[in-house]
Design a protein around this ligand. Structure first.
Ligand code: BES
Ligand code: ZN
Length: 612
């Protein structure tokens, strides 16, 4: 009898392991063809020539691999790459490029032996490679030179480099980039801004990073430093304005360091891109890529920089192991962003930003439906489409952005510092993180555990019950002004001291009550139609559509033809496409604007018009 019990118990104790042990070193990633558990890329050397006339990157990459299991095949991710040849020890090998899947691309299978250390792949990108956007001079601020930039997150690195395209593995890299002499090349690694390339630029990334953090940009660029570790890259005509806007950058870096430990990547610069950049920002290591639409002249949209900087810890240092764990990257970052903002600009300012963002969250959840599985933090992405369409949710609902926030910040703050130290340059799954949280925080703090139902936060749909109530004294005043205007549209708010956020909250509060007449009154007073602030312009244009306020349409058309930031343009197209009286007109606009957008924006907006 005893023996039987013993036999029954053994299997259970065998499985009572920490989640870290369960997965092995590499978690299976359903969005990659690669087989890192068998053979893993540890370093890559890239050599590419940027040909602006054919819109191609042409060259080769050498992958240094470690064969862990005597594997006979190296499987790589590619998307629309033209593979010229593959060589091992200078000898060509016969590779197989499998049929393409629309989302994942094609698996490139390369035969290897137990002793294979290096594999070189000669290839070129396709002119419509998804990660790349090749801009004509007219699409830049200076209008004289072409421009190229990449956007690799989430699974687009494979469209410009054949590699193991999964966030679960990290490698170091070097690169040599050849470009036209008059242009400057930049990559996501520490770099010397004084490097006079003369058409050839060399890069070296000494820290291990995942593939989605590989980035390249080439254009007519100049640099201005704040200090010896931070500064701004922009087109020369934009540089002074951008430098002025982001002047708090050094303060942001030191605030972040106080919270999470020393900045780990040596250099932190911001590259201001042309307005077609599909995102607000992208946390490429050492070199955040940013949209110019946050440059307003009054520094009111710089929280985006705090966000991308915060990714230097959450995301870049400790990385989501798969895209299902995306909230570990984005949710934490939203929380850190808010902590950095509060440290520099004070609690009232941070409260205002938090409330604005929580309102956006509520709005999004209401639109998606409270039972929609995509409103969970932990995603189960059967297809990666969601990543490309990208919901706002993982960002805003980060457990720590709210749940445990004010009540227990002291504890949370210190476990994060420790958490980052202990997991530097590693990857993290949701399960592992929850285990860490349990052991390091919840077990010792039953009150927090009781208050915050972590499982509900992470695995539940809709909004968790412990979502905190955020109050903003500034917004209380704005709401009063909004109520007065709705009642009597001649009563205009007193906007002394207002920043972008007050205007946004005002417009969002009055939006449901807006009429054509009220739009006329507001526009006569504030001239919103002419406003250069893209955030305010966007809210105003949404109102203009709702009220059929035609005097704004020309400016709107102009906006859609210059700005490619998906957060703005997708809702505008969606709204107009759903309105039969506007549909033919907006289709025309899209037809002319589409060639100027990046592939990720095009994909989303194509789907709007296809009714998906
Ligand atoms: N990493 C994201 C951008 C991203 C997400 C690219 C998913 C591709 C797939 C970046 O850090 C981000 O969150 N950007 C936001 C700005 C932020 C302040 C909320 C954006 O672009 O709007
Ligand atoms: Zn982010």
């Amino acid at each position: 009898m005893k023996n039987i019990l013993f036999l029954i118990l053994i299997p259970f104790t065998m499985f009572a392991k920490k989640p870290e042990d369960e997965r092995g070193i590499y978690v299976k990633d359903q969005h990659s063809y690669s087989n890192p558990a068998e053979i893993v890329v540890q370093h890559l050397d890239l050599s590419l020539k940027a040909d602006f006339s054919t819109k191609k990157l042409v060259g080769f990459v050498t992958l240094q691999v470690k064969n862990l299991t005597n594997a006979d095949t190296l499987r790589l991710d590619t998307y629309n790459l033209k593979i010229e040849s593959v060589k091992i020890n200078d000898a060509p090998v016969t590779f197989i490029l499998k049929p393409a899947d629309e989302i994942l691309g094609s698996e490139l299978a390369i035969p290897i032996t137990a002793n294979t250390k290096e594999v070189t792949i000669y290839y070129e990108t396709s002119p419509d490679a998804q990660a790349l956007q090749w801009l004509n001079p007219e699409q830049t601020a200076g209008k004289k030179h072409p421009f190229l930039y990449t956007q690799s997150e989430a699974i687009l690195a494979r469209s410009w480099i054949p590699l193991q395209d999964t966030p679960g593995i990290k490698f170091t890299w070097t690169a040599t980039i050849h470009c036209p002499k008059e242009l400057m090349a930049l990559m996501s690694c520490p770099q010397n801004p004084k490097q006079i390339g003369n058409g050839t630029y060399s890069f070296k990334m000494p820290f291990a990073v995942p593939s989605y953090l590989m980035a390249l940009s080439i254009g007519d660029l100049a640099y201005k430093a704040y200090d010896n570790r931070s500064g701004i890259y922009a087109e020369p005509v934009m540089l002074a304005k951008a430098f002025h806007e982001f002047t708090d950058l050094p303060a942001m870096i030191s605030s972040a360091e106080q919270l999470y430990g020393k900045y780990p990547w040596l250099q932190y610069d911001v590259l201001v891109l042309p307005p077609s950049f599909p995102f607000g920002g992208m946390e490429n290591p050492c070199l955040t890529f940013a949209t110019p639409t946050i440059i307003t002249g009054d520094r009111s949209l710089v929280s985006l920089i705090a966000h991308e900087l915060a990714h230097s810890w959450s995301g870049n240092l400790v990385t989501n192991a798969t895209w299902n764990d995306f909230w570990l990257n984005e949710g934490f970052t939203v929380y850190f962003e808010s902590r950095i903002m509060e440290k520099i600009y004070g609690k009232d300012y941070a409260d205002m930003l938090n409330l604005l963002s929580q309102n956006e969250l509520k709005h999004t959840v209401a639109e998606m439906g409270v039972n929609n599985p995509d409103t969970k933090l932990f995603l189960t992405l059967k297809v990666v489409i969601l990543m490309m369409a990208w919901v706002i949710l993982p960002m805003k609902k980060g457990v720590f952005s709210d749940g445990i926030r004010r009540s227990s910040r002291r504890y949370v703050g210190c476990i994060f510092k420790k958490y980052f130290e202990e997991h530097r340059f590693q990857t993290m799954t949701t399960k592992e993180f929850l285990h860490y949280l349990e052991v390091n925080l919840l077990q010792e703090n039953p009150l927090i555990k009781q208050k915050v139902n972590v499982d509900e936060w992470v695995y539940g749909t809709g909004l968790p019950k412990s979502l905190p109530v955020i109050k903003s004294k500034y917004f209380d005043q704005v709401e009063k002004a909004a109520a007065a205007f709705i009642k009597q549209p001649t009563v205009m708010p007193d906007t002394a001291g207002w920043t972008t956020h007050h205007y946004l909250h005002f417009l969002r509060t009055i939006a449901p009550e807006m009429t054509y007449e009220k739009a006329v009154a507001l526009d006569n007073h504030f001239h919103f139609t002419q406003i250069q602030n893209s955030e305010i312009a966007f809210d105003w244009f949404m109102i203009a559509f709702a009220c059929h306020y035609k005097p704004a349409y020309k400016a709107l058309e102009n906006f859609l033809n210059t700005v490619g930031r998906r957060k703005f343009i997708a809702p505008l197209y969606r709204k107009a496409a759903a309105d039969a009286t506007l549909r033919p007109w907006i289709e025309q606009i899209y037809k002319s604007a589409r060639p100027g957008y990046h592939a990720v924006a095009v994909k989303t907006i194509d789907e709007i018009f296809e009714g998906k």
